[in-house]
Design a protein around this ligand. Structure first.
Ligand SMILES: *[C@@H]1O[C@H](CO)[C@@H](O)[C@H](O)[C@H]1NC(C)=O
Length: 339
């Protein structure tokens, strides 16, 4: 069974509030909660959705063979996106409300538009797919994240997550992963200011708390023993992570050529999952290009005592979290787990 366990993470990926409004934000301006995490409001359906490939005997969403989409019909276009710096034509765009996606056969990926707060979007937010090229570790997907989101409506609510997710070699222990090579490039074309980020988002789970590791629940990523791990390469417009109000948990040096990575942790109370966000130094973010072994980040977190290297890696993806703005991110990503 090739279970994608893509379940995300509605607000998991999420974040919170504008800097000047650390505690009152994210679409709940009247909230008196002191937890920024509580301000995230993914729908429970999204947070527990799992995607299962045909031969599976379980779970909610079963995909027919090859490619498909789920709750929302994708908007497909063959017209080139005029804001895109390349000349390649867009093959498809997915503007899920909240989810639409395409499994890219012959690759370890799914392209996904997860607008879990679609009811709060004034405008549109889509994930575009162009093409796949290369092979092996150098195989890459050309895709985009296309936002046209009114800043004045639900300004500080994260609207969703636009991403490429892994579908292969998940549900393995960190120990048994030899490397997770990745190259990620993004070109930002914006006609307004914007708020959002460029991230990788992985999820792990304690082996010893996973009740039936050889069963369908092996890859469970929704229980409280699961933990979401984010690394923020670039963040613009005042976005801050869950746990921001509690301050920096640790500073990590010497990762991907940079010192001063800031680790924040907090509970997403809507999902019950703890989120550990590692932010590139604010004065030295990645500006359109990243290359590295994603395992280095996971090992750096394990050195902080957050989890052991026998933890299961159940989910892995790379994408953008939109808040607002008119902007297109034109992206090329290679990312795979090598065992
Ligand atoms: C594009 O976004 C950047 C970062 O927010 C901003 O500084 C710049 O002014 C924006 N460009 C336009 C045309 O609004």
């Amino acid at each position: 069974m090739n279970r994608l366990a893509l379940l995300l993470i509605g607000g998991l990926a999420a974040t919170a509030t504008a800097r000047p409004q650390k505690r009152a934000c994210s679409g709940r301006p009247t909230s008196s909660s002191s937890s920024v995490a509580s301000l995230i409001q993914p729908t429970s359906e999204i947070a527990t959705t799992e995607i299962v490939i045909p031969t599976s005997t379980s779970k909610e969403v079963v995909l027919p063979s090859s490619t498909s989409s789920s709750t929302a019909a994708p908007t497909t276009t063959s017209v080139a996106d005029s804001t895109k710096p390349t000349t390649e034509a867009l093959t498809a765009s997915y503007c899920g409300a909240p989810n639409s996606y395409e499994i890219l056969t012959g690759t370890p990926w799914i392209v996904f538009s997860m607008n879990y707060n679609y009811q709060s979007i004034s405008g549109t937010c889509c994930t575009g797919y162009y093409s796949v090229s290369g092979s092996g570790d150098d195989q890459s997907v050309h895709w985009s994240s296309i936002w046209d989101i009114d800043e004045s409506v639900n300004t500080n609510l994260v609207k969703g997550y636009s991403f490429i997710g892994l579908t292969q070699n998940l549900e393995t222990t960190l120990d048994s992963i030899s490397s997770i090579p990745s190259k990620y490039t993004w070109t930002v074309s914006n006609t307004t200011a914007y708020k959002g980020n460029v991230v990788y988002d992985f999820e792990r789970q304690f082996a010893n708390l996973c009740p039936a590791m050889t069963s369908d629940t092996k890859g469970d990523s929704t229980s409280s023993s699961a933990q979401e791990l984010m690394i923020w390469l670039q963040y613009v417009g005042g976005q801050v992570p869950i746990g921001y109000s509690e301050g920096v948990v640790a500073t990590i040096d010497g990762l991907y050529g940079k010192d001063g990575w800031k680790l924040y942790q907090g509970l997403n109370t809507d999902t019950g999952i703890t989120v550990s966000s590692l932010l590139a130094p604010e004065d030295s973010m990645f500006d359109g290009s990243f290359e590295g072994d994603i395992k280095d980040w996971l090992l750096a977190l394990s050195k902080q005592g957050i989890f052991s290297t026998s933890t299961y890696v159940n989910v892995g993806n790379a994408g953008m979290e939109p808040f607002w703005g008119t902007v297109t991110f034109d992206n090329t990503l290679s990312l795979r787990i090598d065992l």
